[in-house]
Structures are given as C-alpha cells and as structure tokens.
Design a protein around this ligand. Sequence first.
Ligand code: NAI
Ligand code: SOE
Length: 390
Amino acid sequence: MRKLNVGLIGGGFMSKAHSLAYATMPMFFWPAPAIPVRKAVADVNLELATDARDRFGFEKAYGDWRELINDPEIDIVDIVTPNHIHAEIAIAAAQAGKHILCEKPLARTAAEARTMLEAVEQAGVTNMVAFNYRRTPAIALAKKFIEEGRIGKILNFRGTYLQDWSADPNSPLSWRFQKSIAGSGALGDIAAHVIDIARYLVGDFESVNALVKTWIPERPVQTGGLDQLGTVKSSSDVPKKPVDVDDEVSFLIKFQGEAIGSIESTRNAHGRNNFITFEIHGETGSIFFNYERRDELQVCFADDPVDAKGFRTIYTGPAHPYGEGLWPIPALGIGYSETKIVECYDFVRAIVDSVPCSPNFRDGYEIARICDAVLESGKTQNWVNISSID
Ligand code: NAI
Ligand code: SOE
C-alpha cells in the first residue's frame, strides 16, 4: 500500500489532533487510500520539536521548519502553527512541491491568503484548509438533504459560534489576541468556521453588514508559549497590554442568489463552550444543528403529515456520510477527533486520486475576503460587497 510521509509544523493543540488523525485514519477507513507516516515534526526550537516527536510518534525532529521543508523524504507539509506564519511556510512548501494541509484561518488577511493561493496553483500541489467541522457527519448529512432538494430553495441561514474561554479579563494575552499574529479575533478564529459551513451549505456571499466589538481592551501579557485557551489566570501584578482584535462579531449576510442570513460569534459567552449552531429554512423544510449535540441533526419537512409535523432528530450512523468508516451503530458518539480523521481521509484521498480538496486554498482565500469585508463593514457601518475585497 502507498505511503505518504507527513511533516508537521507546530507542536501544540492542533498537533495533537492532526497526529491522532494520521495515526488512526487507516483504522477507520480501510483499505486506506494511502498510509500516512508520521515522519518529522518541527517547532520553534529543537527541544520543543523533540518533545512533540516523542509525544506524537514522529521519527525526526527539527528546530526550524525550513529544515523540514528541505527534507526530501517529506510528501505532505501540515501547518499547525499560529496564523502569522502560515503564508511563509505554505509558499515555501508549495515551491518545494509538497502537498499542503494548512490550519484555519488560511491567513491573517485576504491579501496574504491570495499569495498562498497563487503559490499552490503555480506549483500544482494538493491543498486543503482545515475547516474540519463541515466533516461532522450530521453537517455532511445536512448538505446531502439540501442537494437532494429535501428543504427546497434556501431562504435563510442563521449561524452562531459561541465560546466562553476568554470571558475572564485575567486570561492572558495569548497570540489569539494579537492582530500581528492572529489577524483578527473571534472572527478569524471561530466565526470563520461558520462562514465555511454557510458557504458549504448555502453558497457564496455577496455582501455583509457587521457589528464588531472588543469588550476587553487589555489583558495580562503572555510571552510566547502555547495558547492556554483561558485555563490559566494571571495574577494582578502581571502587566497588561492592549487587545487589538475583535472579541465579538455579528453580521447580516446577502448570499449570491436570493438567500439571506446572519452569523454571530464571541469567545466571551458564559456557559457556551463550542456552541456552533445553524438553522436553515428552505421553502419545503428546515434543518437545525448544534455541535454540542453533534450526533444529531434536526429536520422538519413541510410535507410531513400535519398531525406529526415538527422537528425530529436523526442520530448519525452507518447510513450517513462517512458512516462506512466511523462507528457501526448510530449515536455511539462522534467527537472532535472524528472530524479530523475524516479530514485526513479526504485529504489523503485527494492526493492519491489527484483531485481538488474541499475546502482548498481558494475557499480559504474566499473566507479571508469575507472576514476582511466584515471588519471593513464594522468600521464604516455600511454593507460591504465581497467583490470589493482583493
Ligand atoms: P498552540 O498555541 O497550541 O500551538 C502552536 C504551536 O506552533 C506551538 O508548538 C508553537 O511553538 C508552534 N510554533 C509557533 N511558531 C512556530 C514557527 N515559526 N515554527 C514552528 N512552530 C511554531 O496553537 P493551536 O491552538 O494548535 O493553533 C494552531 C493553528 O491551528 C492556528 O492557526 C489555529 O487557528 C488553528 N486551530 C484550528 C482548530 C480547528 O478546529 N480547526 C482548533 C485550534 C486551532
Ligand atoms: C479557540 O477559539 C479554538 O481552539 C479555535 O482556534 C478553533 O478553531 C475552534 O475550533 C476551537 O476553539
């Protein structure tokens, strides 16, 4: 069976998720399209890289990502670093002819994302952006129902992505609150996932009209290190520095075509953990999803008997998308890891079959344009057409 050597750049939260997916994908999807081999991992220094190598089961460690890209054994470069370095790494990897999986958001701005798109298109390498939530079987089932016309023409998409890990003003100023590293705040970090889902299920955006807020204007300094995602609180003597990204965005959407919609997103919503929801209304039915109950898809079809009409719950399982590889009984429990395993399967399959990935860098660029438009609209308080963003 064909093998593909993986070079992973970054040794934090997402390194755990991606390493687990490379190790387990063939156990779920067998015969696997190819076997991913955990060949090398790079981090900012050799000590961190060696630690990641031993923890995540890689063969080699590099203290500089350039060494990994120059390693002729590497077929796939997987970028799981903070956002500011995605572009430089992806462009170098494309020029070296490597296939690329890059974490979201693709880049800090649309202009930066465009340089990455140009590089992969010029090199002709397989490229994917890790918007993994659309690979939750229930969301893929929603897509199937929409494509089959089960809810008719789509009228409205209402999405949310709410978390609470940054609600405490004493949680540190990690890289996620610094524009120079993250690009934007809740917008690029989490709303981008819902933008991906909206584009996947409904289609391209025409324009947006946004409110953009920073509720906590400064936080205690965190110098370097992994983002602890609010699990660490700083003592009162730690100096504070400004937050220069958004804490919350709320925007209306006009889709291309006639559908309308909205997305709301914050990481300061007490009691909300990974509250990705959407409700879609079509002319002949509705669909509702909540990631905190991710085995379930709620549907209501207009032609249900009138005395039984209402939302009903489908528990995803073998009869549904990716069911052939995942668990043999509905509701055994889809987790975050499964979305990454499916992502790994689709990515490796696209390399082996030489077909484009979805979402790829073009999708990542389109999402970056939408994010730029949201920020622009937040400033001007006007509708901003996506076509006005390069
Ligand atoms: P993290 O802070 O946990 O880890 C980042 C890692 O990258 C650290 O090991 C750090 O030392 C390393 N790093 C930083 N600069 C580097 C460089 N120049 N060369 C090599 N290594 C470098 O960050 P986390 O949460 O893993 O986020 C990484 C990326 O994944 C971000 O783009 C983030 O937006 C994305 N992400 C995506 C998720 C998803 O659900 N798809 C979930 C969490 C993060
Ligand atoms: C933090 O908000 C975070 O880790 C995001 O970076 C991810 O993209 C999201 O899926 C989970 O939350």
